[in-house]
Design a protein around this ligand. Structure first.
Ligand SMILES: C[S@@+](CC[C@H](N)C(=O)[O-])C[C@H]1O[C@@H](n2cnc3c(N)ncnc32)[C@H](O)[C@@H]1O
Length: 296
C-alpha cells in the first residue's frame, strides 16, 4: 500500500485559503488511499476535534476558511491515521455507555461488546443496597465507571496491573461526580486479597498469542498486555475463574467477557470450579461474548 504525501494538503494563503469542504475533500482522498473504509467520517472527526466543533457544524459551514494553524495540526493527524492508528487514540477519547472516556496507547479502547457485560451486571445489582463489586483489569475504567454511573449505592474497586492504565482510569473517574470507586494496582486478586465481593467483573486479555488478529487494524496499536493471554487466550480467564471462588460471598457472581469462540471453554472452566447457574450471553452479532457463574 502506498501512502500519499500529506504535504499535498495545500497551505492556505491570503489569496487562496482552503475552505472546510475543500480541506475535507483532500483529507478524504488521502485517507481513502490508505484503505480506511471510514475515510469521510475519520476526516470529519479529526477536523471537528481540532476546530472544537461538531460534525454537524462542519456540514453547516462548508465554505468557512480554515486557519493555517489548524491545517498544520491536521496534517500530522492525517499521517498517523494513514498509518492505521486508531481514531480513538488520535482524538484521545472514546464513548462508552453514557460516558466519554480519555484513552491513550496505555489503555485498551473500550468496545461496544463490553456494554453487554455492563448490562448483564446491572441486571443483577440492586439499586438501593450497597453491593461490593470488583472490576479486574479496568483499563480506562470503562466498566467500573459505567456501573458507578448507574448504581451510586454500590462500592466498586477497580484494579489493573498497569500503573499507566490505572492513572488514566483515575483521571476519567475524576471527570465525573462518582465517589464510589477505589483504584488499586496489582495482578488480578493480589491487591484485594482480604475482601469478599457480591459481584466480580472482568474483561481480561483473551486473544491467543500469535493470533493473526493481533497484527490487524486498531489492535496493532493497543497494548499487548491488554490483549493476549497465552497460547489459547484462556490463561487469564482460567486464573480469574479459579481465584474468584474464595473472594465471592455465598451467592456472589463472576461475570467475564471472552472471545466469540471461547464460550464452551469458559463454561467448562466455571464447571470445573463448581460454580452454579452457569450461562452465556450473546452480543449484537449473535456471538457468545459474556459468561457468568454463581458461587454456590
Ligand atoms: C481487555 S483489557 C480491558 C480494559 C477495560 N476493562 C475495558 O473493558 O475496556 C484488559 C485489561 O487487563 C489488564 N491486565 C492484564 N493483565 C493483568 C493482570 N495480571 N492483572 C490485572 N490486570 C491485568 C490490562 O492492563 C488491561 O487494562
Amino acid at each position: 500500500m502506498s501512502i500519499r504525501q500529506t504535504s499535498w494538503l495545500r497551505w492556505p494563503t491570503m489569496a487562496d485559503p482552503l475552505s472546510i469542504a475543500e480541506l475535507l475533500k483532500q483529507a478524504r482522498y488521502l485517507l481513502t488511499e490508505a484503505d480506511t473504509d471510514t475515510s469521510q467520517l475519520d476526516a470529519e472527526l479529526l477536523l471537528a476535534h481540532l476546530l472544537q466543533k461538531s460534525r454537524t457544524w462542519l456540514h453547516t459551514w462548508p465554505d468557512k476558511l480554515v486557519e493555517e494553524e489548524i491545517i498544520a495540526d491536521f496534517n500530522p493527524l492525517l499521517q498517523r491515521r494513514q498509518r492505521g492508528e486508531p481514531i480513538a487514540y488520535l482524538l484521545g477519547k472514546q464513548s462508552f455507555w453514557t460516558l466519554e472516556l480519555k484513552v491513550t496507547a496505555d489503555t485498551l479502547i473500550p468496545r461496544p461488546d463490553t456494554e453487554l457485560l455492563v448490562e448483564e451486571a446491572l441486571s443483577t445489582i440492586p439499586t438501593e443496597q450497597t453491593w461490593e463489586i470488583a472490576d479486574l483489569g479496568t483499563g480506562s475504567g470503562a466498566i467500573a465507571l459505567a456501573i458507578a454511573s448507574e448504581r451510586p449505592a454500590a462500592r466498586i474497586i477497580a484494579t489493573d496491573q498497569s500503573a499507566a492504565a490505572l492513572a488514566i482510569a483515575e483521571e476519567n473517574a475524576s471527570r465525573y461526580p462518582f465517589d464510589n470507586i477505589t483504584f488499586k494496582q496489582g495482578s488480578w486478586f493480589e491487591p484485594i486479597r482480604q475482601q469478599l465481593f457480591d459481584l466480580i467483573l472482568s474483561n481480561p486479555p483473551y486473544i491467543a498469542a500469535g493470533d493473526a488478529h493481533l497484527g490487524q487494524g486498531d489492535i496493532r496499536f493497543e497494548p499487548d498486555s491488554a490483549l493476549s493471554s497465552g497460547s489459547s487466550g484462556l490463561d487469564d480467564l482460567q486464573q480469574i475463574i479459579h481465584n474468584a471462588i474464595p473472594q465471592l460471598k455465598s451467592g456472589g457472581r463472576l461475570i467475564v467477557e471472552h472471545g466469540y469462540d471461547q464460550g464452551n471453554a469458559v463454561r467448562s472452566l466455571f464447571e470445573q470450579h463448581h460454580y452454579i447457574e452457569i450461562s452465556t450471553k450473546r452480543d449484537l452479532s449473535g456471538q457468545e461474548r459474556v459468561s457468568y457463574g454463581v458461587q454456590p
